[in-house]
Design a protein. Structure first.
Lengths: 490, 126
């Protein structure tokens, strides 16, 4: 059997031994992340069939679960770790030719650490361990935002750091309170005993933990760092931050609410409204942007709102839809940021108006951007359609006026989204082009990851059953918390 | 008289929690109010210290012993819980890393803007 610990240990070891490889040759450094994530992708995909049978629980140190730190590789964990490994691999291939200046060695170390931390967050079964991995993600993303060292990057990194570390402190206080109440840090053990305590005394830790995690998950009132950080980071990092880092924060919020606290209808109602607020706020701010990366960053906020909304409905179909939307957002937003990265490099500006006529200069990159834009809006042959469709169907299946009204707001958000994405697509293809400076496509190594993402987006969009079984069992892991507790504690 | 002894009892039992949350609130106030980035970072550090003190006090027993059976007659009920101490060690290390990063970013920011006043550094806006 393949041990899920390898998913964390191998990239972590490679990250810290990377300077040693640098002593041998400076040229092989940038291939190390590629190797690490090929390994992770293989291990994760080997684990998928086993995990669909029953979750794998690894106890570290040889003690039985409540007394040790354990890893739980359930369907949710492996779904996320596969996704992280896949996006990590594609973006590291992209970075082979994208990252040329600056301290490259440090970039690759931090990049490996960021994704190792993300893998750790989704696999761990211990709430303090979750905090530690979460901090690895946060610290490496603070420094990667400032990688270019320019004015905008440093300023947004400082903003991100201050908000992020206040959030982490709240998270830690919440964890401390939980430990004070239950005397254990094992998530399954806390979940088992949570009903024995009055709801009032677990309310404070719940609020603190959700606030702390919400900063990284970019839930509405806590997300003012996101547009700055995502727009001033290098594009490969924007793709990771938008595609992985927020999703991991969201995973942690969902895990805490669904598994540990076993959400009540009040919490789900709170999530619904939070989701709608985040969605509308994100989409409306994105509509008024002239900077393409800020527009994409605000669109990420909107998508996160939609996913939170789906989890707030909390039926089996809705949670499946939420996870599907999460996968679709990861693939699509990574593709959009990667495509935009080279378009910005060619035009030298992030302003949307400078992209006029770039469809003729960079046909493949523009095509990739267009497919990403169509998919995120939710047009049929692409992955965004089945995911949004599942969420809308699940909301309408509740057959109450409230959900019908809320789904109206979701569709309104989608219309706004369509408006600003189509505006960009229009200016890429149908404007300008009088002074055509000749064709200059992005290099081959950059086109490969975009091509693979496009294939995935169209493939899953046409045949969603490819991943729907995985998503369904992940949703049932989240909804049936007693199965989770039983599989960990035996 | 009774009230006074109640008060003293309360203080005796909860003084660490009062101190810890006091530090947390002081830290938060500094972060929210101060304009100088270095002072904000000091606020972060105080906030961290408050959280660490809180974690320690969760497992603290007055006049307790270390959780090791080093000699005969040690009562396991009087041992201090070792888990929060392990948590605090980890939290301190994380705090140091964040602090170091924050300070180095502050140096970079000063090179770019020539000031650390956060009210004057606002090129990135909504």
């Amino acid at each position: 059997m393949v041990n899920p610990v390898l998913l964390i240990v191998v990239p972590l070891g490679l990250a810290f031994s990377l300077p040693l490889f640098g002593l041998i040759s400076k040229k092989i450094i940038k291939f190390i992340p590629v190797v690490a994530f090929i390994f992770n992708l293989i291990v994760s995909s080997l684990l998928i069939p086993k995990v669909l049978d029953h979750p794998i629980v690894i106890s570290i140190g040889g003690f039985p679960p409540p007394f040790c730190i354990n890893l739980v590789a359930g369907p949710v964990g492996i779904l996320f770790s596969t996704l992280i490994a896949m996006i990590g691999l594609l973006v590291s291939i992209y970075a082979l030719s994208y990252i040329k200046e600056g301290p490259e060695e440090k970039y690759h170390i931090l990049y490996l650490l960021l994704l190792t931390g993300a893998t750790g967050v989704v696999l761990t079964g211990d709430i303090f361990n979750l905090f530690v991995f979460f901090e690895i993600v946060c610290i490496s993303s603070y420094s990667l935002v400032a990688y270019k060292g320019d004015k905008a990057g440093v300023e947004s990194a400082v903003k991100y750091l201050i908000q992020g570390s206040v959030g982490s402190s709240f998270l830690l206080i919440g964890i401390g309170l939980l430990y004070g109440i239950f005397g254990t840090l094992n998530m399954a053990d806390i979940a088992q005993n949570i009903t024995s305590i009055s709801p009032l005394s677990i309310f404070v830790p719940l609020v603190l933990i959700i606030t702390g995690l919400g900063v990284e998950a970019a839930i509405f009132p806590l997300n003012s760092w996101l547009p700055d950080a995502h727009s001033s980071a290098p594009s490969s990092i924007s793709a990771i931050l938008s595609g992985i880092a927020i999703e991991v924060g969201l995973y942690a919020v969902v895990r805490v609410i669904f598994t540990i606290f076993g959400g009540s209808s009040n919490i789900f109602m709170f999530l619904l409204f939070l989701g709608i607020l985040t969605l509308l706020m994100g989409e409306m701010s994105a509509f008024s942007q002239n900077n393409i990366k800020r527009m994409l960053a605000y669109s990420s906020i909107g998508q996160i709102g939609l996913i939170v909304f789906a989890f707030g409905i909390a039926t089996s179909n809705a949670v499946t839809g939420g996870l599907f939307q999460l996968v679709s957002h990861t693939l699509t937003k990574a593709l959009l940021f990667l495509a935009v990265g080279y378009m910005i490099r060619r035009t030298g500006s992030m302003d949307i108006s400078t992209f006029e006529g770039i469809g003729k200069r960079m046909p493949f990159t523009s095509l990739a951007f267009t497919i990403g834009a169509f998919s995120i809006v939710g047009l049929p042959p692409f992955i965004g359609f089945p995911s949004k469709f599942l969420i809308v169907r699940a909301a309408l299946a509740k057959e109450s006026l409230l959900f019908t009204v809320l789904i109206g707001f979701v569709l309104l958000g989608t219309v706004i989204e369509g408006a600003y994405f189509f505006r960009v697509v229009q200016s890429i293809y149908f404007r300008g082009g009088v002074d055509n400076p000749g064709r200059k496509e992005a290099p081959f190594a950059v086109l490969i990851p975009m091509f693979i993402l496009v294939i995935l987006i169209i493939g899953i969009g046409i045949y969603p059953n490819l991943i729907i079984r995985m998503l369904k069992s992940a949703a049932s892991e989240l909804l049936n918390r007693f199965d989770y507790i039983r599989s960990v504690l035996g | 008289m009774n009230l006074l002894s109640n008060g003293v009892n309360f203080l005796n039992n909860y003084i660490y929690y009062i101190g810890a949350f006091g530090l947390v609130f002081i830290g938060l106030c500094i972060i929210l109010i101060k304009r100088n980035l270095i002072k904000v970072i000091i606020g972060l550090s105080i906030l961290d210290t408050g959280v660490n003190l809180f974690l320690i006090s969760v497992g603290y027993i007055s006049k307790g012993t270390a959780p090791i059976f080093s000699k005969h007659g040690l009562d396991s009920a009087r041992m201090v819980d070792p888990v929060p101490q392990a948590l605090v060690l980890t939290a301190i290390v994380i705090g140091v890393a964040v602090l170091a990063l924050a300070l180095s970013l502050a140096i970079r920011l000063y090179h770019h803007y020539g000031t650390l006043n956060l009210r004057k550094i606002k090129e990135q806006r909504w």
